[in-house]
Each structure stands twice: as C-alpha cells, then as structure tokens.
Design a protein around this ligand. Structure first.
Ligand SMILES: [Zn+2]
Length: 76
C-alpha cells in the first residue's frame, strides 16, 4: 500500500514549517529581528501589532506604523 502525497501537500507542510521557524526565531531574538521582513506579509516585524511575524498565511496580523508626528496608525 502506497500513500500518495501530492506536491501541494508537501508545499503546504514546508510552508507551515517555515512559518513556525520564523515565529520561533522571532521569539528567541526579540528586538534583534525588528528589521527582518515577515515571509507572510513582507512587512518588518516591528510593524506588526505585537512586533512578531505572522504565523498563518490565511490570517496575517495587523500592520501598524509609528510616526513621530502623527502617532500610530493602522496600515493593513
Ligand atoms: Zn507579517
């Protein structure tokens, strides 16, 4: 009996692993990774609502930008 695993399923699993790894690295290197771009939304970690990268392609986090003059505004 052979199980057929489609390329799509492999891609999905690989993507999930990448997202988990990204979240883990952000956890370990908090602050240090602030300028690294998130692989989900391509925004820098520091622009995320909780300064951590997204962990789900289907549920990207809110993106905010802090501006010295205009305060904090929500971008996405
Ligand atoms: Zn993101």
């Amino acid at each position: 009996m052979t199980s057929q695993v489609s390329q799509k399923q492999i891609d999905k699993a690989a993507r999930k692993t990448a997202l988990n790894l990204q979240a883990l690295m952000a956890e370990v290197d908090e602050g240090f990774n602030a300028h690294v771009r998130c692989i989900v939304c391509n925004e820098q970690y520091r622009h995320h609502i909780d300064t951590k990268p997204c962990v789900d392609d289907d549920n990207p986090k809110q993106i905010i930008r802090k501006n010295r003059w205009r305060g904090t505004r929500i971008v996405k």
